[in-house]
Design a protein around this ligand. Structure first.
Ligand code: HEC
Ligand code: HEC
Ligand code: HEC
Ligand code: HEC
Ligand code: HEC
Ligand code: HEC
Length: 493
């Protein structure tokens, strides 16, 4: 039974050769892998944009390779046919099951194909798991994502997979993240990326993302927080503030509605316009309350028709802008290390020296680490604690400063407070007035959002007041300005 091609379909017979046959197997295996990956990816609980790289880039590439092999087989066979003068078709692939050689060939071929399918299936599944892991996200595009990867490891969300936040729960964000993943690979491969990466509308993070784990109805109540600072004098004088933050809640079933999480009240909606990319300038706000009453607040300088601008609805990230990637300001990082005893407070004016060594301009992390060591070693030569201190300051640099990617605290403001950047005072600044002139979003009452329980140096800080103290700034002349007019997280304030 030597299968002779029917004269009606000479074209088909061009593909009857072992090479094309192998190509067809590769094509089928790729299709199988593609279907498997798509199904896995879609139905699994959490998924990775980077799996898209595999599903939509590598697997199709293999598919095209298979098609190419089929085509090569076709060309070779056509050449062979052209050579045979009769023009008669002598297919390379003629299987005669009576011939032991053919039986063996076919057997081996079937076995190999099955094996290939099996390996494809297992490999797809394994790859799927690998792409989901935290290491994969941060380390694959090593340099580019280093800042985000490292900061995530030092955040309260260190144990949360990157994809839990970076791929939203809806199908639309799933598809978008695929294309985003592809674009990111393209940028990484081009290799000319200078950073910083900024989160435009690219990443699909919204309130729904956070609500997969956090229940917005939860009543938090008051949160007791202490901010330990050290002044920039020779003695590194400790100066602390202890606040009871009135976080409150937004749902009346679980506690009184009010406090900071009031903005998240299920019944009211806060919308705003921002005139810069990082949303630090907010000239217009619209509040729609439970009864449907609308109040607009605007700054005196803003005369535009709001409809000309994009109107954002306030969500978790408008305050929690750094849930996973907090690039701590040098002042805060050094204060924290000092209060934890990792930087010796016995070194004279170490607060100032450490912060200054962190905020000089460096081109690379390596250069910075060397310069930090050299500066501090020279300044404190002979002091017992100098080496440990150098190590700690270098550590701070390596987890919060990324000169190669142009990434540091100033470009990544934390909106939760109001000291180093406007934060809450983007809206609560005494300048946003309602259209009827009756209401102002103020901040003169320092115990509105938090109660100042204790503050000051040494013994001063021991006195507690549950009614709330009047703020006592370490230096005079602060009250007519906003905190962030002077403070910016470093020493040049
Ligand atoms: C708790 C949620 C959360 C987790 C977990 C998380 N991120 Fe993010 N990520 C964010 C938010 C919010 C932003 C936007 C804020 C910003 O600009 O940093 C962001 C921004 C980024 C950006 C810049 C975005 C862009 O496309 O411009 C990158 C890159 C990034 N994250 C990578 C990672 C990596 C890698 C991990 C895991 C190691 C991770 N993230 C884990 C919430 C998260
Ligand atoms: C996959 C689940 C998950 C997602 C998604 C998630 N979180 Fe969290 N978050 C957690 C867990 C778990 C903790 C508690 C960590 C702990 O206490 O060890 C936490 C803690 C927090 C805290 C308290 C941090 C602190 O300093 O104590 C805040 C604020 C927070 N998350 C905000 C967010 C925001 C905003 C988002 C959306 C961008 C988000 N989370 C998304 C799981 C998640
Ligand atoms: C108006 C600003 C604002 C908005 C909007 C906001 N938060 Fe908060 N949230 C805060 C502040 C301030 C704290 C207290 C921070 C601290 O403890 O240092 C806080 C605390 C938290 C905590 C810690 C609670 C605890 O038990 O300690 C979680 C979790 C949290 N927020 C989640 C969310 C989520 C999820 C959303 C969106 C649904 C959200 N927040 C929206 C300002 C806000
Ligand atoms: C986008 C603008 C905006 C931002 C940013 C913002 N708020 Fe508000 N906030 C409002 C508006 C509008 C109101 C309602 C004022 C009114 O009803 O007169 C409000 C009301 C409040 C209230 C009173 C809630 C109540 O019980 O009635 C508190 C407390 C508060 N904000 C705290 C904060 C804190 C803390 C931050 C920063 C973490 C912050 N806000 C950031 C717009 C904002
Ligand atoms: C709109 C709400 C709001 C108002 C009004 C407000 N604060 Fe705050 N304040 C906050 C929040 C939120 C934080 C940061 C909490 C955090 O980091 O988790 C904070 C933090 C602070 C801190 C600690 C910062 C640090 O790093 O040491 C001080 C001090 C402080 N506030 C003083 C004041 C003073 C003084 C006033 C009055 C002029 C004031 N606050 C008014 C919301 C407010
Ligand atoms: C006129 C400029 C100015 C303004 C406005 C200002 N500060 Fe300060 N602040 C200073 C100076 C100068 C120091 C002393 C710095 C030092 O010795 O380290 C200081 C120190 C502090 C400290 C203790 C040390 C430290 O580094 O954190 C806190 C806390 C503080 N200020 C909070 C605030 C808050 C909150 C506001 C806004 C309500 C504010 N300041 C407004 C200039 C200012």
């Amino acid at each position: 039974m030597n299968p002779q091609p029917s004269p009606k379909s000479p074209f088909r017979s061009f593909f009857r050769n072992w090479i094309s046959f192998a190509g067809i197997i590769i094509v089928l295996a790729s299709i199988l892998a593609f279907l498997l990956l798509i199904t896995l990816d879609y139905f699994a609980e959490d998924d990775s944009p980077y799996l898209g790289v595999l599903t939509y880039l590598i697997v199709p590439a293999t598919l095209f390779f298979g098609l190419f092999v089929v085509f090569v087989g076709f060309l070779l066979q056509r050449r062979q046919m052209a050579r045979s003068k009769t023009g008669e078709i002598s297919p390379i692939l003629s299987i005669d099951l009576n011939r032991p050689r053919d039986r063996r060939m076919l057997g081996a071929f079937l076995f190999l194909s099955l094996f290939l399918f099996l390996v494809t299936a297992i490999a797809s599944y394994q790859t799927y798991h690998i792409t989901k892991t935290v290491q994969f996200c941060g380390e694959t595009c090593h340099e580019i994502m280093k800042p985000q990867y490292i900061t995530a490891q030092h955040s309260p969300h260190a144990r949360v997979e990157c994809t839990a936040c970076h791929v939203g729960p809806e199908a639309v964000s799933y598809v978008k993240s695929k294309f985003n993943g592809l674009r990111q690979v393209y940028v990484a491969l081009k290799g000319d990326f200078k950073g910083p990466i900024v989160a435009h509308d690219k990443i699909q993070i919204n309130q729904k993302t956070c609500e997969q784990c956090h229940w917005p109805d939860r009543y938090v109540g008051n949160r007791d927080r202490t901010f330990n600072h050290f002044l920039d004098d020779d003695d590194n004088t400790p100066y602390s503030v202890r606040l009871s933050l009135k976080v409150g809640g937004g749902d009346p079933t679980h506690g009184p509605v009010g406090g900071i999480h009031w903005h998240m009240n299920v019944n009211n909606k806060v919308e705003y316009i921002a005139t810069d990319e990082m949303r630090q300038k907010i000239p217009w706000i619209r509040l729609t309350d439970a009864s449907g009453k609308v109040t607009e607040f605007r700054t005196a300088g803003f005369k535009d028709d709001p409809q000309q601008h994009t109107i954002h609805t306030m969500d978790c990230m408008d305050c929690h802008s750094r849930p996973a990637h907090h690039f701590r300001a040098p002042n805060d990082a050094v204060d924290l290390a000092m209060s934890a005893g990792r930087i010796s407070t016995k070194l004279p004016a170490i607060k100032k020296a450490a912060v200054n060594s962190l905020t000089k301009e460096y081109k690379t992390q390596a250069e910075a680490l060397q310069a930090i060591a050299a500066t501090l070693r020279e300044k404190y030569s002979g002091h017992a604690d100098v080496e440990a201190t150098i190590k700690e300051v270098q550590h701070i640099y390596s987890i919060y400063f990324f000169p190669e990617m142009n990434t540091h605290w100033k470009l990544r403001p934390n909106n939760i407070g109001h000291k180093d950047s406007p934060g809450c005072f983007r809206c609560h600044d005494n300048e946003h007035v309602s259209t009827d002139g009756m209401r102002t979003l103020g901040n003169k009452d320092c115990n509105q959002c938090h109660t100042i329980l204790a503050e000051g140096r040494g013994e001063e800080f021991e006195k507690l007041s549950s009614a709330g103290l009047t703020f006592m700034h370490p230096e005079e002349g602060w009250d007519d300005l906003n905190c962030y007019d002077c403070h910016n997280g470093s020493m040049d304030d």
